[in-house]
Every structure is written in C-alpha cells, then in structure tokens.
Design a protein around this ligand. Structure first.
Ligand code: G6P
Length: 618
C-alpha cells in the first residue's frame, strides 16, 4: 500500500528518496513520485507504474535538492494516473505526500473551492495541500518555523480519518513537516541529516536509528533537530520520543540465491520458527510467559474465553488456534475478521482475552478493532505480531512477538507459520493449569521438533514443482481439509489465488456434498490436506466422492497413511508428525504449490496485481 519517504541533508537527497521508494515497492502501489526543493523552487516528477519508470524520468530531468519527499501510491480516491500520483501540490509552494484516507475530504474540497482553490486531481491528498496553503496564509506572522508548525497543526485539526503525511513549503527549504494519525511514520536519525519513512525498511540504507511517532504526533524536522508535538496536548508543547535502534538487519534489499522473496521466505521457515520460539521455554521445559509483558502470567491465569480478530492470512492462523485453544486449553474461542468485528455490537463474556494477529501490526481494520475492543471491557489485549515497534504492539496491553524477520513477499508465508507456532505455545500457557503434565511435555517437544519437520518438507519441493504444470490451464481449484486442516486448506486456497490468479475455494471436506461437489469434473483439481489423524477415514470417504465424479485429486498425505496413486490421484507424502503441529507442517507444501503454479503462469510473484503487503486503509 502507499509508502512515504522524506529526507533533509547537506547532500542531494534524490538517490535516497529513490532507493527508499524501491524498498517500499513490495507493499504494492500503482504510481510513484518525488518532489524536492531546489533554489527555493519545487521540482516534481511523477509516473504511473513501477518506480523504475520514475527513475528513468528522473535521469532525464536531473532533479536534485537537499530536501525532498517521495511516495508510492496505491489508488483509493481516483484512478492510477500521473495527475493523481503524489506529491500533490498547492500552487507552486506546497507539496504533500500522504498515506491513508481523509474522510471529510469532500466537505473540505467544497470549502476550499469556495475560497478559490482549483483542483487538479481526484485525490483526497490534494485537499490537504490546499488546506495547508490556506492555513499558512491565515497565520499572520513572519515566515518562520512558528508560522509553519502552527499552520500545520491547524490543518491537522481540520482533518478526519487515518493518515500519515509529510509536507514541504518553498519558503522553508530547511524544514520537513510530518504527522501520524492512524498510519505509521518514523523519523530516521542521521549525522546532520534526518529522514522520514512510513516503514523503517525504506531507510535502512541510511540509518538504523528511528523515532516511532506516536498516535497524534506531528513534527518539524530540520537537518539538526526535530521538534515533535502531539495533537492530544492542547498547546504547542514539545514531547519527547525515544530513539530506537533497528535490530533486525537490512534484509530488504537481499533476495540471496532465491529468485523471489516469497521463495526465500518459504525456505527461511525453519530459522524463523526456531527464532520465534527462542526464549519461550525454560531449562526444565517450563513456559516463560513473562516474555508477553509485565504481569502477563497472572492475567492469563484469569482467561475464561478468547476473542481473536485479524485479517487475511493472519485470520487463518486464528482459525487454527481456535481448535487448539478449545481442545487443549479448554477455553472457548471466537475468531472474526477485523473488518466485520469492528462494526458489530459485541457481547463480551467475563474475562475474555482480546487477541489480535498481524504480521505488520499496521493493518487498518485490525488496529481499529483493537481500539474498539478497548472500549468494551475485555480482560486485556494481546497482539501477536512480527513488527516490535508497530502500532498494534504499542497499543496492546501484552505482545507475543514472532521473530520471522521482515516479510517482503505480499503472500504471507513465514509470518503465518510463526504465528501458528506462537499460538500453539500460547495455548499451552493458557491451558497450563488444566493440561496433564505429560501432554504439556509432549506438546513442548513437538514444538521443538517443528523446524526440523518443516526443513524435511521443504526437501519435497522438486516433487511439488512437477505438479505445478498441471494447474497452468486451470481456472478453478478446490481445497479440502477437516478439523485444524480446514483453515490450512483456506490458507492454501488464498495463497494460490493471490499469486497465480486461479480461482481457489476452500471447503471443509464434510461440506462437499452440500454444494461444491456440483462443480467437480475432470477439469477441476481438488487439493486435499490429509494428515493421519482421527478424521482421516472420514476425509477418505469425501475423497471417494470426488473421484467418483472424475475430479483430479492432489493429496498432501502422511507417508504412513498408504494412499495409492492412480490416473486421477497424485499423492505427496509428508513425514508423520505430532497432530498438534501438523497444521504448521502441512501449510508448507501448499505455499510451495502456489509459488510454483505462479511461476508457471508467469505472474509477478512478490507483487501480485491489485494487492498490497500492508493494508493501512480501511
Ligand atoms: C494483506 C496482505 C496479507 C495479510 C493481510 C493481513 O492482505 O497481503 O498477506 O495476511 O494483509 O495483514 P497483517 O499484517 O495484519 O497480518
């Protein structure tokens, strides 16, 4: 989704801005632009399509300056076009880049039009540019920093919605304005230079020290200093924010030996699982819940019910966890997509723990659901997240971090399996009192064996790759599973549709005869997730129903279940694993299948059309 980069420095900032935009490409976008101040004049270039197109334009225009802002836009208000790309300008003085949505943009547009402003785009962002210009004219003082920051605050106070933005004004070539209301923004520290970014990844080439702006923060940033204020303070009182060192390394630019980030991330799973479980067990196998935050153990002891809220792949992780929490911890659990939950009248049973799951920790609906939940009397909120400094983590009472490392491929892989691993660990923590000691030890051992099992499944890649060609001309696919493997089938179907654009639907195998069986014929591949467990015989009957209608079965099965190949059935055998970790292990071949089908189809695997990595608008 949209990305922001900004810089103020004694050197030419254009290469920094461009590199920042490239690093944000993975998030999904459809146009890009840059504006710098050069000799007190704004220079701007914008282009639809890839950042490479903008780069080519910049080479011929030789745009350079010591202060600038840049943006990748994912269209919301107005189609992808050069006119709608950011930076948006007001006259020749003001340039704005913006992530998020200004909800009252229509009313503001009418008011500004009545003041004589003429609009050149369909965007809500242009409203901000003119509004800031308008307030700047009204603040009747010298053109000093005070005037700039006061006009900025007045502009922000008139805006409704969730946004991050940055503004340049030609009368202030030494000042960069930025604000965060509902959308992430960081200030990067340099030596006699500062940077801003909607994601630290955009700036790792120039700094590893960041200030994570808090909700309602706005700032004036110069080469040597930054003055941060808060909209929640009534006056213009500066607030202190800590500088945090980014400790996850700069993986963004490096695909290593792999053709795509997605493939790299699939293969990183043994390491990511090991790192995500590290520090969660004591010497004697005890569960170290203190990593969740102060007093977490006491709170978790009181949990009588769990409400999980998330989106996309993270929602599927929640669906698997429901089976675990109810079966192993004896705790009722509901799981809901955030976009529905946040607008519902909820009834909150006593002592319900509110859990959000999010790779990025910035998904707009999940964040809004958390804020909504905080007004509803839940016992406490817990964020399961891959980004330690994210809004979700900062706004939750407790946090359970996955340590997967940055995930660049839009299709989530290592984030999903690490979410599952920590959710299973959380289940053991919540169920501690009621689980027999032997079961707890068994579960811990199974979790510890997980990285090795995943590594052995990765070795099946050549066999899975051979299956991919079969899907190349198919338009529809059905995914089947039962129990914990029904959400795994849902995730497999999501992976396939996201990156290969083949319509894929998941069904609980027992529901087959209630509708989807009508679709099955020799043109319909049916992918099943069939580990050896107490539902296997029932699942086998469901598969007979498919075979009898001529459907082509591709089964991911346990090597001990003795499935037989024939003209209509291909089996990929996985090692026998403990039932509780099986959903994690069986997710991996489905990721590989989606990846190789996408390769055969020649799609843009890491940046599939129309999708964004981090969905920061509703
Ligand atoms: C987008 C991404 C998905 C992700 C979902 C939720 O749709 O493309 O991969 O699962 O957002 O994101 P989150 O960061 O909250 O897990």
């Amino acid at each position: 989704m949209c990305g922001i980069v900004g810089a103020i420095s004694p050197r030419n900032v254009t290469p920094i801005l461009l590199e920042g935009l490239k690093r944000l490409e993975y998030r999904g976008y459809d146009s890009a632009g840059v504006a710098v101040i050069h000799q007190n004049r704004l220079q701007r270039e914008r282009e639809i399509g890839k950042v490479a197109g903008l780069e080519a334009k910049l080479q011929s225009s030789e745009l350079s300056g010591q202060i600038g802002i840049a943006h990748t836009r994912w269209a919301t208000h107005g189609k992808p076009s050069v006119d709608n790309a950011h930076p948006q300008m007001s006259g020749t003085d003001v340039a704005v880049v913006h992530n998020g949505i200004i909800e009252n943009h229509e009313r503001l547009r009418d008011q500004l039009a009545a003041h004589g402003y003429v609009f050149a785009s369909d965007t809500d962002t242009e409203v901000v540019a003119h509004l800031f210009h308008y307030h700047y004219q009204l603040v009747n003082t010298e053109p000093n920093d005070e005037r700039l920051i006061r006009a900025f605050r007045e502009t922000l106070e008139a805006l409704q919605g969730a946004y991050a933005l940055s503004i340049l004004h030609t009368e202030h070539p030494g000042a960069l304005l930025c604000a965060k209301v509902g959308s992430p923004l960081v200030i990067g520290e340099g030596s006699e230079e500062h940077f801003i970014g909607s994601d630290p990844l955009a700036l790792l080439q120039v700094t590893d020290r960041f200030i994570y702006l808090e909700e309602g923060d706005y700032a004036l940033v110069t080469r040597d200093e930054k003055r941060i204020y808060s909209l929640s303070e009534s006056g213009m009182v500066e607030v202190e924010r800590p500088i945090v060192r980014y400790e996850h390394g700069d993986h963004a630019a490096d695909r290593g030996e792999f053709r795509h980030f997605m493939l790299k991330e699939i293969h990183e799973q043994p390491r990511a699982l090991r790192d995500s479980l590290a520090g969660k067990f004591g010497q004697a196998g005890e569960l170290l819940a203190s990593s969740l935050g102060p007093n977490a153990e006491n709170i978790l002891r009181c949990v009588k019910q769990v409400q999980i809220v998330s989106c996309g792949t993270s929602y599927h992780a929640g669906l698997v966890a429901r089976y675990w929490l109810e079966a192993l911890a004896g705790v009722p659990c509901s799981v809901e997509v955030a976009s529905e939950f946040r607008y519902r009248q909820v009834v909150v049973p006593e002592n319900t723990l509110f859990v959000t799951i999010s790779q990025s920790g910035e998904t707009a609906d999940t964040l809004a659901a958390l804020r909504f939940a905080k007004t509803k009397g839940y016992l406490a909120s817990l964020a399961i997240c891959n980004v330690p400094g994210s809004s979700l983590v900062r706004e939750s009472d407790y946090r359970l971090l996955t340590n997967a490392g940055p995930e660049i491929g839009v299709a989530s892989t290592k984030a999903f399996t690490t979410q599952l691993a920590v959710l299973l660990w959380l289940t053991a923590v919540i169920g501690q009192a009621q689980m027999p000691a032997a079961s707890r030890v068994e579960l811990i051992n199974a979790l510890r064996s997980l990285p090795d099992h995943v590594a052995s499944v990765l070795a099946l890649e050549p066999a899975i790759e051979r299956l991919a060609a079969y899907f190349a001309n198919k338009h529809h696919t059905l995914f089947l599973g039962r129990g914990t493997h029904y959400p795994v089938a849902m995730e497999g179907a999501l992976k396939l549709k996201e990156i290969s654009y083949i319509h894929a639907e998941a069904y609980a195998a027992g529901e087959l005869k209630h509708g989807p069986l009508a679709l099955v014929d020799e043109e319909m591949p049916v992918v099943t997730v069939a580990p050896s467990n107490e539902l296997l015989e029932k699942l086998k009957s469901n598969l007979q129903e498919v075979q009898a209608r001529g459907g082509q079965l591709i089964n991911f099965v346990c090597e001990e279940a003795h499935f037989k190949d024939n003209d209509n059935v291909t089996n990929v055998c996985l090692p026998k694993v403990d039932d509780w970790i099986a959903p994690i292990v069986y997710s991996v071949p489905l990721q590989l299948l989606a990846y190789h089908v996408a390769l055969v189809k020649g799609t843009d695997v890491d940046k599939p059309r129309n999708l964004a990595k981090s969905v920061t608008v509703e």
